[in-house]
Design a protein around this ligand. Structure first.
Ligand code: SF4
Ligand code: SF4
Length: 243
């Protein structure tokens, strides 16, 4: 994103729209800090600028990953999914990503309003790789992991940042306690906020197989669900997998 200094009046109308405070007024005109800007497009789409000084500019690699993960209108070239490039486990009832006996984990880094560096994302992918997890293939971050065994991310994006990045993986349910402890440990080493989502099949009696484990860890999860109302693809046949 760029601001045309020839037409900008320095009115400051765009400044509050930037979620990472990358727009500052300097010598009477607005200036975008390229290091901080995550290419989310909010300043442009807001329509705040009455003189059209805010301009979208074509992005090349590796900067384009900022837009892929920060601008909900940009589609990931790897997964062909807009809005941070992943359907997440929310669609598990039709995708069947997480099979019975396994747990899906999504670690969303950087929201709200803080952003995340890819050096921090790599700390998380390295920590999870050390637990032997399987990274979700239909997730752009996974495409950028060059070594799934170590969680190493390609060098040319380590200096990039985004409004958020979702690291997704799955592993057998009996590893949950160890993985959560690993996440708690790496949390001390990263300079951003994050939330953790876990996804499991609900048992026939309505209980969650994770309840006991989280209780032992002293963690109170917030149960949530999304229900397929039959408008999408057919439901995934979990029974065929577990039998
Ligand atoms: S594109 Fe987003 S991050 Fe960049 S200056 Fe505009 S609002 Fe801020
Ligand atoms: S809204 Fe437009 S004119 Fe006002 S400071 Fe921002 S870029 Fe400049």
């Amino acid at each position: 994103m760029k601001i045309d200094p020839e037409t900008c009046t320095g009115c400051e109308a765009c400044v509050p729209y930037c979620p990472v405070q990358a727009i500052q007024i300097k010598e009477g005109v607005a200036v975008i800090d390229d290091d901080e800007c995550v290419e989310c497009g909010v300043c442009f789409r807001s329509g705040a600028c009455s003189v059209d000084s805010i301009q979208e500019v074509p992005l090349s690699w590796p900067r384009v990953i900022r837009a892929v993960l920060s601008n909900p209108l940009i589609e990931s070239p790897d997964t062909r999914i807009p809005g941070r490039g992943t359907e997440e486990v929310k669609t598990n009832d039709v995708t069947g990503r997480i099979k019975p006996g396994f747990i899906g984990l999504a670690l969303e880094m950087g929201r709200p309003g803080t952003g995340t560096s890819f050096r921090d994302v790599q700390k998380v992918t390295r920590a999870l790789a050390g637990m032997g997890v399987e990274f979700e293939p239909q997730n752009p971050v996974t495409f950028w992991i060059t070594d799934k065994k170590t969680g190493k991310i390609r060098d040319d994006i380590l200096n990039e940042k985004s409004l958020s990045a979702i690291v997704e993986c799955s592993f057998p349910l009996d590893k949950l306690k160890a993985v959560i402890k690993q996440v708690q440990a790496v949390a001390q080493q990263i300079d951003t906020v994050f939330s953790v989502t876990t996804c499991v099949k609900v048992a026939p009696d309505g209980s969650l197989p994770t309840d006991k484990i989280f209780k032992e860890l002293g963690i109170t999860p917030y149960p949530d669900s999304k229900n397929n109302v039959g408008l999408g693809r057919p439901l995934f046949q979990f029974e065929e997998v577990s039998s």
